[in-house]
Design a protein around this ligand. Structure first.
Ligand SMILES: [Ca+2]
Ligand SMILES: [Ca+2]
Length: 293
């Protein structure tokens, strides 16, 4: 389901279309231009999500196009040997400077319905590409694996890796801070349905799986063999500046509940084709999450 289509389902669920006071002008525009087929897909996905709330599901491959080439040394493996094979595969990459990340995000996260805008990760809002910056109303470069977890900063490396960098509203990004991910909390102001409490952050439903797959990519890609910290998963929410991120059990659940959609698959392809030339294996093969962890 494209990130923008969540607004359609919200609009539909309210059944109060004569008074869409909560919808922004951008959301209304996106809704108006959404293809009927996408709206149907959104409805189907919503129904699927409702089902998975009570039924355990297992993620399945969404893209096997690279199995005979890019992933050939990983196919058939599981556990630590799969993780090791994937680490070797995805570590071959081009690296960007932190300033180059601005222009790359304008490409990878472009609003499918408005080429002048990017979609903001947590809020789901569509915002002008030109509003990149650090002021209220701007969007900035969110490190989904908080850069303080391992203190890798913004020098070229994990701090500039597009696979976990996303446009985010400056204020929402500040609220997320360096919190680990977990369910629960109260609504984040302008957070698009995201929740937070004192020690964790829960993104809106439409990007829960995206967040999980970004975090797990980082844990596989950065193993301490390139001068940067060995990033690891744990099941805690108080990791602070240690090179850990949690909660693994919740992220695994989010991976199952929110499978890759066209927006997420497109940005993986754009990063592979035009920027880093490596892929996030968990977007192509979400089932590899359970195969490793
Ligand atoms: Ca919490
Ligand atoms: Ca998603």
């Amino acid at each position: 389901m494209p990130e923008t289509s969540i607004r359609t389902s919200v609009c539909t669920r309210t059944r109060r279309r004569w008074r869409p006071v909560a919808l922004t002008a951008a959301a209304l525009l996106a809704t108006a231009t959404l293809p009927a087929a996408t709206a149907t897909a959104a409805t189907t996905a919503a129904a699927t999500t409702a089902t998975t709330a009570t039924t355990a599901t297992t993620a399945t491959a969404t893209n096997t196009s690279y199995d005979d080439t890019y992933y050939k040394d990983a196919i058939g493996k599981t556990g630590a040997s799969l993780k090791s094979a994937l680490h070797t595969i995805i570590s071959s990459q081009t690296k960007l400077s932190y300033s180059q990340v601005w222009d790359a995000l304008k490409h990878t996260d472009q609003d499918p319905n408005n080429s002048n805008d990017v979609i903001l990760l947590y809020s789901g809002a569509s915002r002008s590409k030109s509003l990149n910056g650090g002021s209220v109303g701007d969007w900035n470069r969110e490190h989904v694996w908080a850069k303080s977890h391992g203190e890798f900063g913004t020098t070229t490396g994990p701090g500039t890796d597009l696979h976990h960098l996303r446009p985010a509203d400056v204020q929402v990004n500040s609220i997320r801070g360096n919190k680990d991910f977990d369910d629960g909390g109260s609504a984040v102001t302008n957070g698009g349905g995201s929740l937070t409490d004192s020690d964790s952050f829960e993104p809106r439903d439409a990007v829960k799986g995206d967040v999980a797959r970004m975090i797990l990519y980082m844990a596989v890609r950065y193993d301490g063999d390139d001068g940067f910290p060995d990033l690891k998963m744990d099941d805690q929410v108080d990791n602070g500046t240690s090179p850990y991120m949690g909660k693994l059990s919740v992220l695994k659940q989010w991976n199952d509940e929110d499978p890759p959609d066209a927006f997420e698959e497109n940005r993986n392809q754009v990063i592979y084709d035009d920027y880093q030339h490596n892929r996030n294996p968990f977007i192509d093969h979400p089932e590899w999450v359970d195969a490793i962890w």
